[in-house]
Design a protein around this ligand. Structure first.
Ligand code: MN
Length: 713
């Protein structure tokens, strides 16, 4: 284990401006926090963060990263808390440690290959400071180096699989080549020890057979290049066992058929020299067709640049060749780490200026506006997945949601039924409102209830198409249900009132009159007010006498106002009395009678607008008064105009409120519908205007009712 002073000196060697005090403090803090904890190997746990810090110092990272490496397991595994860290080391370190801690909590949640891609995105999205990811990779690298100490086979395998699927591609993504290779090799050893063993042995055999072919080829190439006036570093390298294995699987070829097991790298000083070297190689050795790639003029997305070509080499065997400059080589080996090297202690050398590194360019653009290396790293945000969110179920299943998603979206993403029954949600173990915006890595536990139904209100804040369409569909179906219930009530009431029996058979018999297929759809026609209840009665019993004052228009209320309830001055016996459907007078209202030849007398409230049309005809005006017989309970129908929120269950609460106050809805008609509310006219049976006022007051006190008033007044 590296001693405190060694580590600090090592960092100061490449970064004289490193925060020495912070490094010392972190070393001691971590040592004390981990105290007597042990690793699976039996080593003190503290050796792990020190090793991670060492690995990071090999990449010449800034002191904040090294400090984070030392502290990265303290919050998760010791009594230390994030506020502790912030108090001692400041906001920046606390943020980095928090980031690594969060990433570590994701470990071993990834189930199966299906989710690997999403997991990689998640890790990237959560590494909003690239140093978080780099520290996490160093952590994983040390854990893989010591993987064999873990006794549990399953656990070892899961860690190796996760490394292969998640961390190897991430190391590649940010271009730290040697970490990528080493992580991959450790994982390969665990996941497929036999394959790795046989490839390694075979490679050893292939090379032991002859004297050192690699060195001979290197020497020959160096001479060839020197003849062309090029001073070049030539390296021979073997592919990693895993990359050979992958190739063998892909091509289902044996190891002997894989001629390009040998690869050579030529490193020169300038880009022009790269092409000069290429010309030299191509003019000396036969080219293998279809294997030439120029990543110098067209760099890979991670900034990688090189010329690749395959030739039949000096020993008559096929070899793979990479040609690049030293700068390109650094980028290939160190990836993003190559870009934060220090000069004169403070300044960051931008080694990629003016080049074609597309991905790094984006990072470097941030640098343009940042002061020093710290600020550069801090602002290096991984924004490629900024429009996506990754959240977990308590079991660790991953859901990918768009930014702005809520627990309702999450619930519908799990299953439609889960969404429909959602009553609440715990986010990271805490009960939170359903409209809470989810964040990356949130664990969401959806609470459901059998009796819960979706609310149309949810549609205003969900962001996924699935949630929205499920909610709308449910509300629509539910409303049909409600119309149906309401229609049945209205029809029942009218039949009862008029002394007829309503039977299912009778209803079946008239379906075709209204173009309906089912009794339910006929009920809902009535519930929606498209067919009047009395039309149903008339259809079943065409000869039904429905009372003197009853008109059969669907708009007109039914009333049982008998001849005894109104006193009219000068009333001729036998004259028919109607109530105006403009104002729906109720006992208690001041009224007036208007006679119409052949149609009897119509009663209006005295403020009814309809009276204007007869204002010039005083001969038709008749004094009228209510004459209610208290012993006989009379029922009158008043009409109310209601503005109702367009929500599931709104009609239900309307009928509940009316019923609670002793009213009966005898008919209703919806006259206006918008996404937010609808306007409807409801006919309610009441005893008098006072009763109606009570009901209106109760309606106005109801949440879903946005407005209620007597109609026609
Ligand atoms: Mn660790």
């Amino acid at each position: 284990m590296m001693r405190q002073q060694e580590l600090v000196e090592r960092v100061r060697r490449y970064d004289p401006s490193a925060d020495e005090a912070a490094l010392n403090k972190a070393y001691i803090f971590s040592m004390r926090a981990h105290k007597s904890q042990k690793r699976a190997s039996g080593d003190p746990f503290f050796s792990h963060p020190v090793e991670v810090a060492c690995i990071l110092s090999e990449k010449k990272l800034d002191s904040a990263s090294i400090v984070t490496g030392l502290l990265h397991d303290t919050v998760e595994d010791t009594l230390a808390t994030l506020p502790d860290i912030e108090g001692r080391f400041g906001k920046e370190i606390a943020r980095l440690v928090d980031g690594v801690t969060k990433l570590s909590r994701l470990d071993l949640q990834s189930g199966g290959t299906r989710q690997a891609e999403n997991f990689r995105k998640l890790v990237l999205a959560m590494s909003d400071d690239i140093r978080v990811l780099v520290v996490k990779l160093a952590d994983r690298l040390h854990n893989m180096r010591t993987l064999h100490h873990i006794k549990n086979n399953d656990k070892r395998r899961r860690i190796a699989l996760e490394t292969m699927e998640i961390y190897v591609p991430l190391a590649q993504r940010i271009g730290i080549r040697d970490w990528q290779n080493e992580l991959e090799d450790h994982a390969f050893r665990e996941l497929n020890p036999d394959a790795r063993e046989s490839i390694t042995k075979r490679l050893a055999f292939l090379h032991s057979g002859s004297d050192d072919v690699t060195s001979r080829i290197i020497d020959t190439l160096r001479v060839d290049l020197a003849k062309a006036g090029l001073e070049a570093d030539v390296h021979g390298r073997e592919k990693t066992p895993h990359s050979i294995w992958r190739k063998m699987q892909r091509k289902s070829a044996s190891l002997e058929q894989l001629h390009d097991v040998m690869a050579f790298r030529i490193v020169v000083r300038t880009t022009e020299e790269c092409y000069k070297a290429l010309g030299c190689i191509h003019s000396t050795y036969p080219l293998v067709a279809g294997r030439f790639k120029d990543y110098i003029s067209l760099p890979k997305q991670n900034g990688y640049q090189s010329i690749h070509t395959d030739v039949i080499g000096p020993e008559n065997q096929r070899i793979e060749m990479q040609i690049r400059t030293l700068d390109m080589h650094d980028v290939a080996e160190l990836g993003v780490a190559a870009h934060w090297q220090f000069k004169e202690g403070v300044k960051l050398i931008r080694r990629t200026e003016g080049r074609q590194y597309r991905w790094l360019r984006e990072l470097l653009e941030i640098l343009e506006n940042a002061g020093g290396p710290e600020e550069f790293l801090e602002h290096t945000r991984m924004e490629m997945f900024s429009d996506q969110l990754f959240c977990f179920s308590p079991k660790g299943d991953l859901q990918v949601l768009p930014k702005g998603a809520t627990p309702i979206d999450f619930a519908y993403a799990v299953h439609t039924d889960v969404g429909n029954r959602c009553v609440g949600a715990k986010i990271n173990g805490r009960m939170m409102p359903l409209r809470t915006l989810l964040k990356n890595g949130d664990q969401v536990e959806v609470m459901t209830s059998e009796s819960q139904v979706p609310s149309l209100g949810w549609a205003s804040f969900v962001v996924t198409a699935k949630a929205r369409s499920c909610i709308r569909r449910f509300v629509r179906l539910q409303r049909i249900d409600e119309y149906c219930r309401m229609g049945r009530e209205i029809i029942n009431k009218i039949f009862q009132q008029e002394g007829y029996v309503l039977t299912q058979t009778a209803m079946q018999g008239i379906l075709s009159d209204f173009g309906c297929d089912t009794v339910e759809s006929l009920y809902s026609l009535v519930g929606r007010g498209e067919v009047g209840g009395h039309q149903i009665l008339k259809s079943v019993y065409p000869t039904a006498k429905t009372g003197r004052s009853l008109k059969l228009s669907e708009d007109v209320a039914v009333t049982r106002a008998g001849e005894h309830s109104i006193e009219l001055t000068g009333l001729a016996p036998g004259m028919e009395i109607n109530f105006g459907d403009c104002c729906h007078p109720l006992p208690g209202d001041r009224i007036i009678g208007i006679s119409t030849t052949g149609k009897g007398i119509t009663i209006h409230t005295i403020d009814c607008e309809a009276l204007e049309s007869v204002a010039e005809m005083p001969e038709r005006w008749m004094e009228a008064n209510w004459s209610i017989d208290d012993k006989k309970s009379s029922v009158f129908v008043g009409r109310v105009r209601i503005i109702l929120a367009n929500e599931a269950g709104a009609l239900g609460s309307l009928s509940t409120v009316v019923g609670r106050d002793g009213g009966n809805i005898s008919n209703l008609r919806i006259t206006d519908r918008s996404p937010d509310f609808f306007e409807l006219f409801v006919d309610i049976e009441v005893s008098d205007s006072g009763h109606m006022s009570d009901i209106i007051a109760a309606l106005r006190a109801t949440e879903v009712v946005r407005g209620a008033e007597r109609a026609g007044r």
